[in-house]
Ligand binder design. Structure first.
Ligand code: FAD
Length: 185
């Protein structure tokens, strides 16, 4: 295949297993890995890449404002007031700069362009990659029933959600928990 004027042309059949020289170099030795998602999975991948001596560039994009966090703590010791906030982040802020992990918080990926190997961000900027890891996790099911949008109804997912619940619990007299799995216990 060839790219000209923004179009892709099929120019012949490539032999099985054969890749263009530049593609082969990138396949064998990616210079830049972009991770979309700032949860435990994205963090673990970035940490392991550095531990295994990956020397290229690592960019982590997260639409959360807080760095990768120990979410289980948000429904346990931190929520109960038995752990300080410093226990919540998986690593301190300096970890990322020391390990040359370009952590970009409050940054939402809205589109992928696999052909040009780019992640398009809300706001229109783009980030190029040689390898892309999608570690975007899961979102809680937010109720759409009447009343669910009231300010005293919370979803427990992020550090900000947990802080809001703690604040409300200081004066609340009764709480109702919807959901009966790990986070609720
Ligand atoms: C309150 C709570 C308590 C829990 N307790 C336990 C427990 O006790 N035991 C247990 O095993 N598990 C527990 N879990 C589940 C556990 O935390 C998850 O399994 C784990 O967080 C999954 O990690 P992840 O990285 O795959 O996804 P997530 O933690 O969901 O992270 C995904 C990340 O991707 C980001 N993202 C998503 N879309 C985009 C986008 N388009 N652009 C940029 N960034 C994006 C999100 O902001 C987030 O940072 C709990 C979860 C919660 C919320």
């Amino acid at each position: 295949m060839e790219q000209r004027d923004g179009h892709i042309f099929v120019v012949g059949k490539r032999k099985r297993g054969e890749a263009a020289t530049s593609e082969r170099a990138v396949e064998a030795n990616p210079e830049k890995i972009v991770i979309v998602g700032g949860g435990a999975a994205g963090f673990a991948a970035a940490e392991m890449l550095r531990r295994e001596q990956y020397a290229g560039s690592i960019v982590m994009l997260s639409d959360d404002e807080a760095p990768p966090a120990d979410r289980p703590n948000l429904s346990k010791d931190f929520l109960a007031g038995k752990a300080p906030e410093s226990w919540v982040p998986l690593r301190g802020e300096s970890y990322y700069s020391k390990n040359q992990i370009d952590l970009r918080l409050g940054t939402q990926a809205v589109r992928l362009e696999p052909r040009t190997r780019e992640v398009i961000l809300a706001g229109g900027d783009s980030v190029r990659y040689d390898r892309l890891l999608l570690a975007t996790g899961a979102e809680p099911i937010r109720l759409t029933i009447p009343g669910a949008d009231q300010p005293h109804v919370h979803t427990l997912r992020s550090l900000a959600d947990c802080q809001a619940i703690i604040e409300r619990a200081a004066t609340a007299r009764r709480a109702v928990v919807l959901g009966a799995s790990l986070s609720a216990s």
